[in-house]
Design a protein around this ligand. Structure first.
Ligand code: SF4
Ligand code: SF4
Length: 441
């Protein structure tokens, strides 16, 4: 099998075996949900319900407040108990709508069109996607209706579905491709119509041969869709790396994929588009891989947005006594969690639970100038110099060294034999530079 890829990158151990063959299991409807009013890149939403209101599943509860923003819907049928600050997986306390389940489940549809999507206009389809609150399910959570609306001067020629799932441990996208192939392909066709492209590519890392086979079979009668097997290399699923691997185009530093005529959407996003347009269901579910050596029975779970992490872990048999660390996402780009009360949000691809054995103490040593971080960096940066500039408070120098082009993939830190937390330092530097630039403007 011929496989494509990009230059540099790293090869962390995959650990997919915990869940790659586990079929999707729906979590029972939770007794209560905590739904954040911000789950996306962009402006927070404004609640349109108040305490005491009865809500149905799929009902709009917080509406977008800007072009880059995304609607939020109730994921259960019940009553609004509180609107206030609760722990968010991003580490802050954030405004959320707490809903307690009551009565039998009743649904509100996201639209009432009766015609098939092939007869709808592009504007109708984009409105459904916006109304349904669909955001990029690959982790970035950028509103999809904005992503598929490039300015007129940016003609899109290449549409790519990202089926890489290169983060170790995570298998939610893999299982979606295996179990929801029909829905994913139809979602891809809807997106192709919106973007006015004749061709789409589905990039899948070659460690998912069953997904590649199913996708190839599902698209053999569709000449516009091509399956591209990709080398197993991290971060193959980063947009710029995926574009390079699929159609050899470079997205220059500071540019967007649309600047080189490309749009990339995730597998889960294509399925969410299908569900909104064909089934009339807004974005209220999320497929989450609950995995790692600290969880009793790792699974791929279909969870309602707003369900506390504790409920998913309970559904997977609970945590082992020597649990040391919990992350939202994978080990390379995931965010450490300090409470299991935090809810599943649209960007929750996984809950990774690790024991002490998997999170050994790593003493930091001085840089031995081995160059491994430089060789690993897919953005061709010099991570060691950037991190040193940040440590010395030389933020302008870090900026000149291209810190803002870092995609925070973590390959540099993973490769460093001196255990220097390079990506963590770079993240601090990026935040500081953003702050400095905001103050100036
Ligand atoms: S500098 Fe940034 S982009 Fe480069 S390897 Fe490190 S985290 Fe990844
Ligand atoms: S990998 Fe670590 S030790 Fe090697 S050059 Fe980079 S920072 Fe220094």
């Amino acid at each position: 099998m011929k496989v494509s890829s990009f230059k540099h990158g790293s090869h962390p151990a995959e650990f997919k075996e915990y869940t790659e063959h586990k079929t999707l299991e729906p979590l029972p409807i939770p007794e209560e949900v905590f739904i954040p009013v911000i789950q996306h890149i962009g402006a927070p939403c404004k609640p349109v319900v108040k305490v005491g209101d009865e809500v149905k599943t799929g009902q709009l509860i917080a509406e977008s407040t800007g072009f880059v923003s995304s609607n939020i819907h109730s994921s259960i049928t019940g009553k609004v108990k509180k609107i206030g600050d609760f722990p968010h997986p991003n580490g802050t306390k954030s405004p959320m709508i707490q809903i307690v389940a009551e009565g039998d489940e009743e649904w509100v549809k996201v639209h009432d069109h009766t015609e098939p999507w092939g007869e709808m206009s592009v504007e109708q389809l984009k409105k459904i996607i916006a109304d349904a609150g669909i955001v990029g399910m690959g982790g970035a959570a950028f509103p999809t209706n904005v992503k598929v609306s490039p300015p007129r001067d940016k003609k899109i020629e290449t549409f790519i579905i990202n089926g890489c799932e290169c983060e170790p441990y995570l298998t939610a996208d893999h299982r979606m491709m295996v179990e929801q192939a029909k829905e994913m392909i139809e979602g891809t066709q809807i997106l192709m119509k919106i973007l006015d492209v004749e061709k789409a590519f589905i990039g899948i890392e070659s460690n998912k041969p069953d997904a590649i086979e199913i996708m190839q079979k599902s698209t053999e009668h569709l000449p516009g869709i091509t399956i591209i097997p990709l080398k197993v290399k991290y971060p193959q699923g980063a947009e710029k790396m995926l574009i390079k691997a699929v159609n050899k185009r470079e997205v220059p530093a500071g540019s967007l994929p649309m600047d080189v005529g490309c749009v990339v959407n995730n597998v889960g996003t294509a399925i969410a588009v299908y569900e909104a347009v064909v089934k009339k269901i807004p974005s209220i579910n999320r497929i989450v891989t609950v995995t790692g050596d600290a969880v009793t029975e790792p699974k791929n779970v279909i969870a309602r947005i707003g369900t506390p992490f504790s409920k998913l872990i309970e559904f997977c048999g609970g945590l082992k006594p020597d649990t040391k660390k919990i992350l939202m996402g994978g080990p390379m780009m995931g965010v450490a969690q300090y409470s299991l009360d935090v809810p599943v949000v649209k960007a929750t691809s996984g809950i990774l639970c690790l024991t002490k054995k998997s999170v050994p103490y790593r003493e930091e040593f001085t840089c031995i100038v081995c160059g491994r971080c430089v060789h690993a960096c897919p953005m061709f940066l010099v991570p060691t110099r950037i991190a040193r500039a940040v440590e010395a408070g030389k933020f302008e120098m870090a900026d000149e060294l291209g810190i803002m082009n870092c995609i925070e993939c973590g390959s540099c830190a993973y490769e460093c034999p001196s255990n220097i937390p390079l990506v963590q330092r770079i993240r601090i530097g990026k935040n500081k530079i953003r702050e400095m630039k905001n103050k100036k403007s």
